[in-house]
Design a protein around this ligand. Structure first.
Ligand code: ADP
Ligand code: MG
Length: 357
């Protein structure tokens, strides 16, 4: 469980994201909407069904499903499966099929991103104190002392038996970069089972849509501007699909004029510096969530090339350059996104090369 201070941070963040397209039921007539604090953020679910009562029941059930996922993945909750694996660090732990699958998918992302995404980053994340709602800069010695515990290759996955082993005592899994996306996917499955005609689940900027709005139009989504609070960087339409953003502006503190945020480069234990935000489009929210974190850490030069090569992934990676913000976009986004900020330098990936406009 995260601290009270963090919850408030999340509420403010979501209020800003919701400023465009995602929050008010009055802007989408006929849609039922509810928001609840869950999985470390504020989750908003919108859904519509010819029988409004059934839409409301489906939303309740979807929230209950997300709470169930949180119970599996929360590495702080002493009762969670992840906490049990961490308590057994160095030895084998039997885990359920869902955690197994999440870890397997995370491991795959680690391999493809060459370790930019790594769920064994837990012991280093802990040093920074973001979970406590604030943060402090650990000493280089403290970070060095933990870096040897961060290595996805030291995580053994036995799918036949359904068990995991973190090879080194002291290792710790942290599913913060992927659990929200999975919870969103589960909520969507449930809403679909209940027969809703269209739905949008937004877990603090990790979102997935099915179907259309009651007016027959796709859901309209705004991506938060990474440097202008309350403003939108880009807008786009989403019917069936997912999008997730990782940014250095959600959870950070400033010390000595330097911004320190919660997205760490697992190789250095320090906040990754190559991007200010990364937004990823994918068919499911788990994939979008993982890759948003991975591409944020990789930055535009390496990240966009990889996004171009990966099937079913599109990406918008924003970096801070001397002349201002630069947005690099994968070619699949052409014609699908409106960039709002006129000061933005825009680059499109084209067959692996970035072409400047
Ligand atoms: P947010 O939680 O703001 O939506 P992310 O989805 O990118 O952002 O997840 C950030 C969380 O993921 C951190 O709070 C931490 O728990 C974990 N994390 C940080 N760095 C990494 C990394 N390089 N790989 C995997 N997980 C990470
Ligand atoms: Mg993520």
């Amino acid at each position: 469980m995260r601290s009270r201070a963090f919850w408030w941070g999340a509420v403010i963040a979501v209020a800003c994201i919701g400023g465009w397209g995602c929050s008010s039921s009055s802007s989408t007539p006929g849609v039922c909407e509810q928001s609840r604090a869950l999985i470390g953020t504020v989750v908003t679910i919108k859904a519509h069904h010819p029988d409004r009562r059934l839409a409301e029941e489906a939303i309740d059930a979807a929230f209950a499903e997300m709470a169930r996922v949180e119970k599996i993945c929360s590495w702080r909750g002493a009762q969670s499966e992840v906490a049990a694996v961490n308590a057994q660090a160095g030895g084998w732990s039997e885990v359920g099929p869902e955690l197994m699958e999440l870890v397997r998918r995370s491991h795959h992302c680690s391999l493809l991103s060459d370790g930019a995404f790594d769920i064994t980053v837990g012991p280093v994340v802990e040093l920074w104190g973001f979970e406590q709602g604030g943060g402090w800069v650990p000493s280089p010695e403290e970070i060095d002392g933990r870096l040897g515990l961060v290595d996805f290759r030291a995580l053994e996955i036995d799918t036949a038996v359904g068990r995991l082993r973190t090879a080194r005592p002291g290792m710790g899994l942290d599913l913060g970069g992927v659990a929200k996306g999975y919870a969103v996917d589960q909520a969507i499955s449930l809403l679909r089972e209940r027969g809703v005609l269209g739905a949008l689940v937004d877990a603090g900027g990790d979102l997935r849509a099915i179907g259309l709005r009651p007016d027959g139009k796709p859901w309209r989504i705004g991506i938060k501007h990474p440097r202008e609070p309350g403003h939108v960087l880009a807008t786009f339409e989403l019917a069936d699909g997912s999008v997730a953003t990782s940014g250095d502006y959600e959870r950070y503190f400033t010390a000595g004029g330097i911004r320190y945020h919660h997205l760490l480069d697992p190789r250095t234990g320090m906040p990754a510096r190559k991007a200010v935000s990364a937004t990823v489009w994918a068919s499911d929210a788990c994939t979008a969530d993982m890759w948003a974190t991975a591409l944020f850490v990789m930055g535009p030069a390496a990240g966009l090339g990889l996004a171009e090569d990966l099937d079913g992934i599109d990406a918008l990676i924003v970096e801070a350059a001397e002349g201002g913000l630069v947005a690099s976009l994968s070619s699949g986004l052409a014609g699908r996104i409106d960039l709002i900020d006129p000061a933005l330098t825009v680059r499109w990936a084209d067959a692996g090369d970035l072409r400047e406009h």
